[in-house]
Design a protein around this ligand. Structure first.
Ligand code: GLN
Length: 194
């Protein structure tokens, strides 16, 4: 199994380390040539969604990445990655990759509460999952067949729709590997469905 990690900007190295710990091979996507390699899944890291979407467009990666996700390539978006995948933002078209039926609120916790740590239940993973939030978004709501996987303080912070997984927090910044294992299982499932 080989997982592509979008490495234009943000916290991508931490995802590589996490998958290395799980014995999963990764490669960084910085340009179209990297993207053209074989891949079984994609991680879109945290960082700054405005920068990521601009670079995706400028580098000619936007259409191929969006197409691959729409065709069922398993994808995991954390924080800015979640923002990239949301179809709408506060009820308006988000105009990013926009492949997932979730409505996002950016920088949802304001400046004061911008960054915090908690532990919470994550559906299909278990209890006491470490969650580090950094100027994080949350999900206002899910629609179609998107499902809520975790709720913190009354707000949705993780969701799944088919082979797409998103978390508002950064599981790659803690020691717990369970969320990444969950994503690896999603990749295995999607392969056995083909
Ligand atoms: N606030 C960032 C954005 O809007 C996301 C923050 C993060 O990824 N840690 O893209």
């Amino acid at each position: 199994m080989r997982v592509a990690i979008l490495a234009l900007q943000g916290a991508f190295i931490e995802h590589e380390r996490m998958l290395a710990r799980l014995g999963v091979e990764t490669f960084e996507v910085r340009q179209l040539r990297d993207w053209e390699q074989h891949k079984d899944g994609l991680i879109i890291p945290g960082g700054e969604s405005t920068v990521q979407i601009k670079l995706l467009r400028d580098l000619g990666l936007y259409a191929p990445v969006a197409e691959a996700i729409k065709s069922g390539l398993p994808v995991f978006g954390t924080c800015a990655g979640l923002i990239m995948l949301a179809k709408t933002q506060d009820g308006e078209p988000a105009n990013r990759l926009s492949t997932m039926d979730i409505d996002v609120r950016r920088n949802a916790y304001g400046r004061q509460l911008g960054s915090f740590y908690t532990e919470a239940h994550f559906e299909g993973v278990g209890d006491d999952v470490p969650m580090t939030f950094i100027r994080a978004p949350y999900i206002n709501g899910v629609s179609a067949d998107a499902k809520t996987l975790a709720v913190v303080g009354g707000h949705i912070v993780a969701a799944r729709q088919g082979a797409q997984l998103v978390t508002a927090f950064h599981p790659e910044l803690n020691d717990d590997t369970r969320i990444h294992e969950y994503f690896i299982d999603m990749i295995r499932q999607s392969k056995s469905d083909m």
